[in-house]
Design a protein around this ligand. Structure first.
Ligand SMILES: Cc1ncc(COP(=O)(O)O)c(C=O)c1O
Length: 366
């Protein structure tokens, strides 16, 4: 008997998510240390010391279940962003937000619209509930909002996923274009605006999507503590939405989806604005270092608004493997329909140097 056939066809059709290669795995394979991982858009500065202290404190009560309602974290978010507790959903990473939106609002046969080259979890979350993904061709690797609007209306979509900035392309949508989409979209189509990399936006590109919630009850804003706050391993994210939308998402989430250590760390991390400022500054200089290096090597890249950049390279898989041999892990993105591209996350100055010199050497080996 083939047990996979017990699963519905739409589950069998799911292509598994391909995470970045863990350092420990490459260490085991090559028997080397000092590996640099620039493959998962993590924060090379680590996390706030305030979060570390909060985690130590929280461990003392680890025998107890977490607060299933996440009061303290909701309160901290509420005070920071001026959103009512009833409009906040907490998640096991912001990945959870994407899945909760799909679980709450899609059923078998319902359509969700997203862009080509958009974050891989949108199709995964859609397919996991039997929904049908409509992937809209991109313009210059970025979302084509007009085409997405048209597709959403034509297909009577229930959900539209928008990543701003998008991973893995790093492309950015400005405030005016997002607002134009929101105004044109029928109110019964929900929009998940995924702002996982929001804190990396340059000052002149920042926008306050939270105030849009008053005008657009069909808007779900998804954010994370995994990136600029450096808490990827803890898994904590959140969403802001109309109270009725948040209520539906909360009904399908696991009662204790955010663990107590994560809740405590996130509350503390939110207070440490200095850490986020340092992260931003380091990312800015690291991004320059990497794109200057790519340019010097004659490589094309997509200007990025996140903490990573994708560059075009012939024989991408061979280059990926050579970089692994040199102890540098980057991310192949063939699964994003970009087989000639690799994505590198911005690291510390020394890590970026190691990546660039390994890349230069690899190119010389051709
Ligand atoms: C665009 C985007 N959204 C959401 C996520 C999910 O991250 P997390 O679940 O760690 O919050 C990622 C992670 O890489 C991402 O790139």
């Amino acid at each position: 008997m083939n047990y996979s056939e017990l699963a519905p066809a739409y589950i069998r059709a799911i292509a598994p998510y391909q995470p970045g290669k863990p350092i420990s795995e490459l260490e085991r394979e090559l028997g080397i240390t000092g590996i640099v991982k620039l493959a998962s858009n993590e924060n090379p500065l680590g996390c706030s010391p305030l979060a570390v202290s909060a985690m130590h404190e929280a461990i003392k009560t680890i025998a107890l279940y977490p607060d299933g309602n996440g009061f303290e974290l909701k309160d901290a978010l509420s005070r920071r962003y001026g959103v009512e507790h009833s409009s906040i959903v907490l998640g096991n990473g912001s990945n959870d937000m994407l899945e909760l939106a799909a679980r709450a609002f899609l059923t078998v046969g319902d359509k969700a619209v997203y862009s080509d080259h958009a974050f891989a979890v949108y199709p995964l979350a859609t397919q996991a509930v039997g929904g049908i993904g409509v992937s809209v061709p991109a313009i210059n690797f970025g979302h084509d909002l007009k085409a997405m609007l048209k597709a959403a209306i034509e297909h009577k979509a229930k959900l539209v996923f928008i990543a701003n900035p998008n991973n893995p392309t790093g492309t950015f949508l400005n405030e005016a274009d997002l607002l134009e989409l929101m105004r044109a979209l029928p109110p019964e189509i929900l929009v998940v605006l995924d702002e996982a990399y929001n804190e990396y936006l340059p000052v002149d590109k920042r926008y306050d999507s939270v105030v849009w919630l008053r005008e657009f009850p069909n808007l779900i804003i998804s954010r994370t503590f995994s990136k600029a706050y450096g808490l990827a391993g803890l898994r904590v994210g959140y969403a802001f939405a109309h109270a009725q939308v948040a209520d539906m998402m909360n009904r399908v989430r696991q009662p204790f989806n955010v663990n107590s250590v994560a809740q405590a760390a996130a509350v503390a991390a939110l207070q440490d604005t200095e850490f986020v400022r340092q992260t931003f500054a380091m990312n800015l200089s690291g991004m320059k270092q990497i794109v200057d290096g790519l340019t010097a090597l004659g490589l094309e890249y997509i200007p990025s608004f996140g903490n990573f950049v994708s560059f075009r390279i012939e024989d991408a898989m061979r280059i990926y493997r050579s970089l692994l041999q040199a102890g540098v892990i980057v991310r192949p993105i063939a699964n994003y329909d970009m087989p000639d591209w690799l994505r590198v996350s911005i690291g510390l100055k020394t890590e970026n140097e190691k990546f660039l010199s390994a890349l230069q050497q690899t190119l010389g080996e051709k």
